[in-house]
Ligand binder design. Structure first.
Ligand code: RIB
Ligand code: CA
Length: 314
């Protein structure tokens, strides 16, 4: 068995973040979670740091190191998304407060130290929220960039437009300066935009299969998703809501589920109208560097089969 792939999960839980973390925990043979770093995004940092530990305890993975990171974007006021995720960010199930402690030290320093310690090219960054921690780490320690195997991120949108503004997806919109640092850094980016995640709807039949797992973690996840999807069902009139963040972990487990191409991606940081937009040169109409592998298609049934199969292992 090849050794497990080393990952750091940077996250702003968020029910869909919780699903991504649970998918990683359900795949211990393939993924070694070196640590979880939290960032302000869906809800303020104190809550994303609380929620990350709740998910670890829900999955009986209390040995996981959780580090709190940035409580605000690099150059802007924090924008949060309680309207989607609820006041706590993890609304839906009845959950008790976490008992496991946060690790001492800042998430940015954990990311830097880990990348400097682990052999070059062996650590993958999985980002599920605004890129503030990553942007700060790259500013503080540019030497870590070439040491990163891949940065697989949920964020952006192009053909699908935006979800927090007509032009911008939430993770990029919250901290466009951080995203700009990341996309200009030269790190190998794999991008899961709304163009992919909007094909992954938490349809009733899929949630029913998840409920049939019958375990406490699966039950809590179903209650999270039933809360989380209500906003998008109302907005899009669809059967279920788009399940964004688990695409990042699913890509590491079964990359063949996804199809995309290397493109240039640049981040709008100036215009008030389109700030946070990911401008994707999908048709290669410019000579700009193809700095990201942008996914556009996904096998939705294969994705949910993987999710449900791995959730059942926890
Ligand atoms: O736009 C969707 C993204 O924003 C997801 O990561 C969700 O958790 C929020 O962070
Ligand atoms: Ca998220």
């Amino acid at each position: 068995m090849a050794s497990a792939r080393k990952i750091i999960i940077d996250t702003d839980p968020g029910q869909d973040d919780a699903a991504a973390i649970m998918l990683a925990f359900g795949s211990p043979d393939e993924l070694e979670v070196l640590g979880i770093t939290t960032v302000a995004g869906n809800v303020p940092l104190s809550l994303t740091s609380r929620n990350a530990r709740i998910v670890c305890e829900l999955c009986s993975r209390t040995e996981t190191k959780v580090f709190a990171g940035a409580d605000a974007p690099i150059a802007r006021k924090l924008v949060t998304a309680e309207h989607v995720h609820g006041k706590t960010g993890l609304d839906g199930p009845e959950l008790s407060e976490p008992t496991m402690a946060l690790q001492p030290g800042h998430a940015v320093d954990f990311i830097i130290e880990t990348l400097r310690r682990e052999p070059e090219g062996t650590v993958t960054l999985c980002t599920l929220g605004p890129l503030t921690n990553i942007g700060l780490a790259f500013q503080k320690a540019p030497d870590i960039v070439p040491r990163i195997r891949e940065l697989v991120m949920m964020g952006g949108g192009f053909f699908e437009g935006g979800n927090i503004t007509p032009a911008a997806e939430f993770n990029i919109y919250v901290d466009p300066e951080a995203a700009d640092i990341v996309f200009r850094s030269g790190v190998r980016v794999v991008m899961m935009p709304l163009d992919v995640t909007h094909q992954l709807l938490t349809r009733k039949d899929r949630v029913k299969r998840m409920a049939e797992i019958g375990t406490a973690p699966a039950k809590a996840m179903v209650e999270m998703l039933e809360f989380f999807e209500r906003f998008d069902i109302e907005k899009y009139g669809s059967d279920g809501g788009p399940l964004h963040d688990p695409t990042v972990v699913a890509y590491l487990l079964k990359p063949e589920l996804f199809k995309g191409r290397d493109c240039n991606v640049e981040i709008e940081v100036q215009s008030e109208l389109t700030v946070g937009m990911t401008v994707v040169d999908w048709w290669h109409v410019t000579e700009r560097k193809r700095n990201a592998k942008v996914m556009r298609h996904v096998d939705a049934d294969g994705f949910f089969d993987l999710l449900i199969e791995r959730f059942a292992r926890i």
